[in-house]
Design a binder for this molecule. Structure first.
Ligand code: DX5
Ligand code: ZN
Length: 228
């Protein structure tokens, strides 16, 4: 199975966003767009106008990561606009089932994120309804933070449950993922990798994507869960 490299545009030069995304399009699988609302997290970033404009200028599918309150109300419109994958946070949802149904009805793949303090057991019964579980490897809100290696156990348990119950969802990791950490993530069970600083704060972001992909794919192919 092929791994997915999803650069987070939050670390790009936002004054040149169009050029930044065009520079990595051929080297990545999705563009990861961090939507923050000053409520769920202490930061404010992009909303629908930026997402809509990106959808016009790029071919690469968009992976919208919604760090916002009231996903019941806001999440479906990101799928309706054309984001291929829409991830909401479990902690922000009053009714996760409603959010899942809303995104799916609007035609999106459904992702659900959990913060570092949220136990996997709390969300286990929702896993069969998801296309992707996002295991945050930093506290959501900012790019450029240090990777929390103690989240790898959560990734591994999620992968074990997927194997045990023959589920189909993917596991995404987001936060502090780069050349020094991506192999551990793949080995633990992740197959979708978000990287902000490790892509855009380098001399050659497209090459950084390719290098990360090579590391992740080789660790994935050798991993316990992939039969390597
Ligand atoms: C953090 C965001 C991440 C962030 C990743 O809340 O969800 O997507 O931009 O940036 P790095 O890879 O620099 O930690
Ligand atoms: Zn993110």
């Amino acid at each position: 199975m092929a791994v997915s490299i999803n650069p987070s545009i939050l670390s790009s030069d936002l004054a040149n966003l169009g050029d930044e995304v065009k520079g990595i399009e051929d080297a990545c699988d999705y563009l990861h767009v961090d939507v923050m609302d000053y409520q769920f997290v202490p930061n404010l970033t992009f909303g629908m106008p930026i997402v809509e404009r990106l959808l016009e200028i790029v071919e690469t599918p968009i992976d919208a990561h919604l760090m916002i309150e009231n996903p019941e109300r806001w999440a479906p419109q990101y799928a309706e606009a054309g984001c291929k994958s829409v991830t909401f946070h479990y902690e922000a949802a009053k009714d996760p089932g409603q959010v899942i149904a809303g995104i799916r009805t609007a035609g999106g793949l459904v992702g659900m994120g959990i913060k570092p303090g949220t136990r996997l057991e709390t969300v286990e019964e929702l896993l069969p309804h998801l296309d992707m579980l996002l295991v945050m490897t930093v506290e959501p809100g900012f790019s450029g933070q240090s990777f929390m290696a103690d989240m790898l156990g959560k990734v591994k348990r999620a992968r074990e449950i997927i194997g045990r119950d023959d589920l189909k969802l993917a596991i995404q990791v987001d936060g502090g993922v780069g050349a020094k950490t991506i192999e551990q993530c793949a080995d633990a069970g992740a197959d979708i990798f978000v990287a902000g600083h490790a892509v855009f704060r380098t001399e050659n972001p497209a090459k950084a994507c390719s290098d990360l992909r090579a590391l992740a794919q080789s660790a994935h192919d050798k991993s316990w869960w992939c039969g390597g």
